[in-house]
Design a protein around this ligand. Structure first.
Ligand code: NDP
Ligand SMILES: N[C@@H](CC=O)C(=O)O
Ligand code: NA
Length: 432
C-alpha cells in the first residue's frame, strides 16, 4: 500500500522532510510506503538542494489540496495566508493535515479543528512546538493521566541562539540574528522570533493541550528580547543568573477560580535551574503534573532536519492509523482536538514574581535609601541591592526583589521614576 503526501512548501523544513522520505533506509519501515505526490512552491525556477522530478513541482497549491490522489497534506509554508485557507480546503477535501505552522494553529486552531472533526480528519502539529522535540504527542498522550500544573520553557530556537551567543561570546545582536537566519532557524520575518510572538504562539498551543481548553492567542502576554542588553547579561551573570526567553503557562487554581498565567518574556534564570543549561538552538520544556512531578523535554528546537523529524513522525502516525483502521470517520481522541471551552487567563497585574531592575542614578548621597523607601511604600521587598558601577557621571544600581505582585512593582516604579535622584530605568526583567 502506498500513501501519497502533498507537500506545501519546499524551503528549510520542506527540504528536510523530502530528504527523510527519499532516504528511508534504516528508519521505520512504514516510511517505504510514503511517497511525495506533489510539491507546492512560490517560485519554480529557484535552485533547490534536492532535485525533484520537475512534474512534481507546481505553484498551483490549490490543485494539490484538492487532488484526489493525495492522502495527506503537509503544510510547511509558514505565515497565515494562504496557509490557513489551504489547510481548510485540504480538510474540506477529506485530507489529513500535518503542519509546522504554530502561527496559524495558535490563531485559527478553533476553526481548523472544528472543521477537521466534522470531516473526520486529523491535523497533527508535532513540528509546530519545540521543532524536533517530541512534546505535543507526549502532552496529548503520555502525560494524559496527569493533572498539569505548569508548562514552562525555552521554545524559540532563534532567540535562545542569540542570547547564548551574546552571553558566551559577547556577540552582537544583529550579527547573531543574521547567522540564525542563515542556519534556517528564524521565521521568514524574524520579528516573530525576536519580539516573542513565535514563543507566544507555541505556549498558547502547549497551554491548550496541557490544560485542556482553548486559548485565545491575544491573551498571551508577550515581551521579546530586544531590550536585553549586554550590560544586563553581564549583571545577571555576576548575580548567578542567565537570561532566557521563557514561555510560561501555569495553573493558578484557587478554591473559587481556575485561571492560567500565560506569558512570554526574557527572564533571569538561576544558573542551577534545569532550563538554564539549554543553550544555542536547543529548546527545553519543563512540565509539572500530578502525580508525575517534573519532566523536561530537551532537544533541537529549530532547523530543517530536526523539524522534519517531527513532521515525518506525524505523517507516519496518520499512515499507521490509515493502515490499521482504514478511512474511518471516528477520530482517535488521543490524537484529535476535543476542546470546547476557553481557558480563563489571569491579568498580568495580579501575578507574583521576582523582578530585576537597573537604575541610572545621579550619584547623590542617600539614593539607595530613596529607592528602598519607594519600594517599601508599595509593598515591594528587596532581595538584593547592588550598586555596581558608574556609567559616565551616573551610578548604576541593580536590584532584585522578592516575589511581588506585578501591579505593586509597577506602581513603585512610577514613584521611583519621579525621584530627583533617578535619571532613568534602562531595564526591568523578571526573575524565575
Ligand atoms: N525553520 C525551522 O527551523 C522551523 C520552521 N517551522 C515552521 O515550518 C514552516 C516552514 O518554515 P521554513 O521551512 O523555515 O520556511 P521557508 O521560508 O524556508 O520555506 C517556505 C516554503 O514555502 C513556500 N511558500 C511560501 N509562501 C508560499 C506561497 N504563498 N505560495 C507558494 N509557496 C509558498 C516557499 O516557496 P519558494 O521555495 O518557492 O520560495 C518555500 O518553499 C513555518 O510555518 C515555520 O514556522 C517550525 C519549526 C522549525
Ligand atoms: N523560528 C522558530 C523555528 C521553530 O519553530 C525558532 O527559532 O524556534
Ligand atoms: Na515538537
Amino acid at each position: 500500500m502506498t500513501f501519497k503526501i502533498g507537500l506545501l512548501g519546499f524551503g528549510v523544513v520542506g527540504t528536510g522532510t523530502a530528504k527523510i522520505l527519499l532516504d528511508p533506509f534504516g528508519r521505520h519501515p512504514v516510511l517505504k510506503e510514503i511517497t511525495i505526490g506533489r510539491v507546492g512552491v512560490r517560485t519554480l525556477d529557484k535552485p533547490r538542494e534536492i532535485e525533484l522530478s520537475p512534474h512534481l513541482l507546481t505553484t498551483d497549491l490549490e490543485s494539490i489540496v484538492t487532488d484526489p490522489e493525495i492522502d495527506i497534506i503537509v503544510e510547511l509554508l509558514g505565515g497565515l495566508e494562504p496557509a490557513r485557507s489551504l489547510i481548510l480546503k485540504a480538510i474540506a477535501s477529506g485530507k489529513h493535515v500535518v503542519t509546522a505552522n504554530k502561527a496559524v494553529i495558535a490563531r485559527f486552531g478553533d476553526e481548523i479543528y472544528a472543521k477537521a472533526n466534522e470531516k473526520g480528519v486529523y491535523v497533527l502539529l508535532e513540528a509546530a512546538v519545540g521543532g524536533g522535540i517530541p512534546v505535543i504527542k507526549p502532552l496529548k498522550q503520555s502525560l494524559g493521566a496527569n493533572r498539569i500544573s505548569s508548562i514552562m520553557g525555552i521554545v524559540n530556537g532563534t532567540t535562545n541562539y542569540i542570547l547564548t551567543e551574546m552571553s558566551q561570546k559577547g556577540a552582537d545582536f544583529s550579527e547573531v540574528l543574521a547567522k540564525a537566519q542563515e542556519l534556517g532557524y528564524a521565521e521568514a520575518d524574524p520579528t516573530a522570533d525576536v519580539d516573542g510572538f513565535d514563543a507566544a504562539d507555541k505556549i498558547a498551543i502547549l497551554a491548550s493541550l496541557g490544560f485542556g481548553g482553548r486559548v485565545k492567542r491575544e491573551d498571551v502576554y508577550c515581551e521579546g528580547i530586544r531590550q536585553v542588553s549586554a550590560v544586563d547579561i553581564a549583571y545577571a551573570d555576576r548575580l548567578g543568573f542567565v537570561i532566557k526567553l521563557l514561555a510560561i503557562a501555569k495553573d493558578t487554581v484557587k478554591e473559587d477560580s481556575d485561571t492560567l498565567e500565560l506569558r512570554v518574556h526574557p527572564t533571569l534564570v538561576p544558573k542551577i535551574h534545569p532550563l538554564a543549561n539549554a543553550n544555542g538552538v536547543y529548546n527545553a520544556i519543563l512540565v509539572e503534573g500530578e502525580p508525575l512531578g517534573q519532566v523536561m523535554f530537551y532537544g533541537p528546537g529549530a532547523g530543517g532536519g530536526p523539524t522534519a523529524s517531527a513532521v515525518v513522525s506525524d505523517v507516519m502516525n496518520i499512515v499507521g492509523i490509515l493502515k490499521s483502521s482504514g478511512k474511518t470517520k471516528e477520530l482517535d481522541p488521543l490524537l484529535s482536538c476535543i476542546h470546547q471551552h476557553y481557558c480563563q487567563i489571569a491579568p498580568m497585574e495580579s501575578l507574583s514574581t521576582r523582578f530585576y531592575a537597573r537604575f541610572l542614578c545621579r550619584d547623590v548621597p542617600g539614593v539607595i535609601g530613596h529607592l528602598g523607601m519607594a519600594f517599601g511604600d508599595h509593598g515591594v521587598s528587596l532581595e538584593s541591592v547592588v550598586q555596581i558601577g558608574i556609567r559616565g557621571d551616573l551610578a548604576e544600581i541593580v536590584v532584585v526583589t522578592h516575589d511581588v505582585r506585578e501591579g505593586n512593582f509597577r506602581n513603585a516604579l512610577v514613584a521611583i521614576d519621579s525621584l530627583e535622584a533617578i535619571d532613568s530605568i534602562p531595564s526591568i526583567l523578571r526573575v524565575l
